[in-house]
Design a protein around this ligand. Structure first.
Ligand code: NDP
Length: 469
């Protein structure tokens, strides 16, 4: 069989992806910086061994692939990718294609695509989601590139991808960095979705005094309803697990410090650049940052009294909590898709909004049943905000009071719910015909003579601030 594909970086993702590609019918040559890793990989490849060509140098790798050659990079994002491109470039020929399938910053991908101009090789950035399991058995792939590039590799990407009702979860998002941009927003939504689930967990654990096992029951029940999703499913499994070392619930033995590799932060930063409000994602990033401040949090508890307190009065039930999370989730995705729409208009990308929801239905970490309805809603009303699209407008009408009750009850008890609360504040603002921004604009005019518009449309470029202003 002819080998047209090569892969560099047999780490967690690269090894899984190489096996998936081979299994899907595409023989592939592989290379890893540490040769022993390649040996182990080949040794454990089982029946797929004949479709895998191990190589011990980049020269050997390129020699093992026949034209048209596609080389997939699965190495840490950032400098390492630049180093790999630099090492490969002198050996590449017309028609060769480099694909960065890691979590590159979309701006880096844009730059690398520009740099490939006038060089013999082509360059694509493809966002791959689904973790190791997804990479091995079917990820969701968000490709950036030209139509011609997509026609070249789309077949392979569809073949290896997850499927929802038979439809492959892989698509061309747009040119240049569009694929990595969409993957970044996917990860931002992932942060927010996880944070909102964690806030519901906090309410159950601290507000309702529930044990991990009882919380697992709740997540399992939710996974049979409108919230059915991978993240709810694994939250149930996590809450159910027993600590193999000390016994007792696994969750109770885990330190409350959340790590991050930065894609959520990038989403928040890019949202600021685009001036698009995504407060739920920003709150989720801030919550991870705050979680790392263990000593400061203990100091705060000592100085001001430890939070949370017990939830008083008619505590909220888990049914209300489910409704609150349904509303919160819709608000979170509404903000994420809003950011994609803004990026599309800003960068001149024709992002397939409904198509994005479709390829997120399976394979990726945020896969959920709700995304299927979101795909239909965005199909019917592309470019409009999800909160206005049925059935989400109706779901918000039905469930936003539960979100308000949940947030106010949690806040009264000192249970921090930054993502749920900022989702609600965003929604409240979206329903406020008259915000207090007239005060901001007056202040700006006062100190900076920035002017303002009058409600009655009359001419009045400045306020009567006199010598003070
Ligand atoms: P790993 O750490 O498991 O693997 C990294 C790979 O890159 C290894 O093969 C390693 O080789 C190689 N590598 C590291 N540094 C260098 C270097 N300086 N020069 C050459 N090769 C190097 O990472 P992952 O597989 O988890 O991640 C790869 C990419 O995929 C990242 O961009 C990540 O963000 C992205 N990603 C990861 C997901 C996940 O769930 N893990 C999900 C989606 C995307 P060696 O064996 O020699 O160390």
């Amino acid at each position: 069989e002819t080998v047209n594909f090569g892969l560099i970086g047999l780490g967690t993702m690269g090894a899984a992806l190489a096996l998936n590609i081979a299994e899907s019918g595409y023989p592939i040559a592989v290379f890893n910086r540490t040769a022993a890793v390649t040996d182990d990989f080949i040794e454990n490849a089982g029946a797929l061994r004949p479709r895998l060509t191990p190589t011990k140098s980049l020269e050997e790798l390129l020699a093992a692939i026949s034209a048209p050659r596609t080389i997939i990079l699965m190495v840490p994002a950032g400098q390492v990718v630049d180093q790999q491109i630099e090492a490969l470039a002198p050996m590449l020929e017309e028609g060769d294609l480099i694909i960065d399938a890691g979590n590159a910053n979309y701006a880096d991908t844009e730059r690398r695509v520009r740099d490939s101009d006038g060089k013999p090789y082509d360059y694509m950035g493809i966002g791959v989601s689904g973790g190791e399991e997804g990479a091995r058995h079917g990820p969701s792939s968000m490709a950036g590139g030209t139509q011609a590039q997509w026609e070249r590799v789309g077949g392979m990407l569809e073949a290896i991808s997850a499927r929802y009702d038979g439809a492959p979860c892989a698509a061309l998002m747009g040119p240049g960095g569009a694929g990595h941009f969409v993957k970044m927003v996917h990860n931002g939504i992932e942060y927010a979705d996880m944070q909102m689930i964690a806030e519901c967990y906090a309410i159950m654990r601290d507000g309702l005094g529930m044990e991990a096992g009882a919380i697992a029951d709740v997540f399992e029940a939710w996974n049979d309803g409108p919230l059915a999703s991978y993240l709810i499913e694994i939250s149930g499994k996590v809450a159910r697990a027993t600590d193999p070392i000390a016994g007792g619930p696994m969750l109770d033995a885990i330190r409350d410090t959340a790590g991050q590799k930065g894609t959520g932060r990038w989403t928040a930063v890019e949202a600021q650049h685009l001036a698009v409000p995504v407060p739920v994602i920003e709150a989720a990033v801030a919550a991870r940052n705050l979680s790392a401040r263990i000593e400061a949090r203990q100091r705060g508890a000592d100085a001001f009294g430890a939070m949370p307190r017990e939830m008083q009065g008619a505590a909220i039930g888990t049914e209300l909590l489910e409704q609150a999370l349904i509303a919160g989730k819709i608000l979170c995705y509404a903000q994420g898709f809003d950011m994609l729409a803004k990026a599309a208009s800003e960068f001149g990308w024709d992002l397939p909004m409904a198509g994005i929801a479709r390829i997120w239905r399976a394979g990726c970490i945020i896969r959920s049943e709700m995304l299927n309805d979101m795909a239909s809603a965005l199909e019917a009303m592309p470019g409009d905000n999800l909160i206005f699209a049925p059935p989400f407008s109706d779901l918000l009408t039905r469930n936003s009071d539960a979100l308000r009750k949940t947030v106010t009850t949690a806040i009264s008890a000192g249970i921090a719910v930054p993502a749920l609360a900022s989702g609600l504040s965003w929604f409240d603002t979206m329903r406020t015909p008259r915000t207090p921004a007239n005060m901001i604009q007056a202040q700006r005019d006062f100190f900076g003579a920035h002017g303002f518009d009058r409600l009655d449309g009359k001419d009045a470029p400045h306020g009567p601030w006199g010598d003070d202003g």
